[in-house]
Design a protein around this ligand. Structure first.
Ligand SMILES: [Zn+2]
Ligand SMILES: [Zn+2]
Length: 280
């Protein structure tokens, strides 16, 4: 029997751009960052602005060894790294995996983020070990008893979905992903099959996606709430958490959508910044 804990925690749940302020205070305004802990191994998916908060948490328990898994390299998934304080402290060890997205990789992007004239401190200021690894979507990574399967998802420039399997439990994080125009994405359904918890892109309402409220969002690389739930249903997922909230979506709007989309006994929900979900 694999040893617990196995949990993940949202440090950022917002898509595209940070959206702080009183209207988003409960669900949170930071962009995407998900801490995953398996036994005593620390992992983290993406480095949006939420990674600054994860860094503050890690600073209370140094030294640390963390494996980062990048979904892709869009701003909302990398923008917090220049403010991730543990990089600046000696004694820590970081390993950052990314795919080669659109010919670029995480090292190129970090170098560009941390360079004049846009930012005063370069990567030369890092005092921890920070190593970079590259993966091909479809690769499976193993860390002791943890297996992490990967899949290339439908998103402009491509994105990698991660499926964590440990101790008989499965957690899948699939952001940013767009469903097909009609029917189901069969390969995606197999990837999320029987997950205990699925954290999935669900950026738009049907009306927004179809262009009945603002411009049509087809082809922008994100799913609707309904499509995300339909795929989870087809795959026998036990609990679905809708993630990558659209930047204008207020707490009030997310509450109203919850009432509309989830039945009274539903285990499903919208992701909340700071929320920890335990699998083991
Ligand atoms: Zn995104
Ligand atoms: Zn993206």
């Amino acid at each position: 029997m694999s040893k617990g804990p196995f949990f993940f925690r949202y440090w950022g749940v917002r898509g595209s751009i940070p959206a702080p302020g009183p209207a988003t205070a409960r669900y949170g305004g930071n962009t995407t960052c998900i801490e995953v802990q398996v036994g005593d191994q620390l992992l983290c998916v993406d480095g949006g602005t939420g990674v600054r908060l994860y860094g503050s948490d890690l600073m209370t328990r140094l030294p640390v060894q963390v494996t980062f898994l990048m979904t892709h390299l869009h701003w909302d998934h990398v923008q917090g790294f220049p403010f991730f304080t543990p990089f600046l402290v000696p004694g820590n060890d970081f390993h950052i995996y990314s795919g080669h997205h659109n010919g670029g990789n995480i090292l190129d992007v970090l170098k560009q983020l941390m360079a004049q004239p846009a930012f005063p401190i370069s990567m030369d200021a890092f005092r921890s070990e920070v190593n970079f690894d590259f993966l091909e979507p479809g690769d499976a990574l193993t860390f002791g008893d943890l297996t992490v399967r990967t899949m290339l998802l439908n998103h402009p420039g491509g994105v990698i979905g991660y499926r964590f399997e440990y101790g008989g439990k499965v957690f899948v994080h699939a952001s940013d992903w767009e469903h097909p125009a009609e029917g189901l994405d069969d390969e995606f359904v197999e990837f999320i099959r029987d997950a205990d918890v699925l954290s999935v892109d669900a950026t738009y309402t049907d009306d927004e996606y179809e262009g009945r409220s603002g411009p049509p969002r087809k082809g922008w690389g994100h799913a609707t709430h309904e499509a995300a739930l339909a795929h989870a249903d087809a795959a026998g997922v036990k609990r679905t958490i809708l993630f990558h909230h659209e930047q204008t979506r207020s707490d009030e709007a997310l509450d109203a959508l919850s009432a509309k989309l989830f039945g009274p006994d539903s285990p499903n929900s919208f992701a909340i910044e700071g929320e920890r979900v335990d699998l083991l």
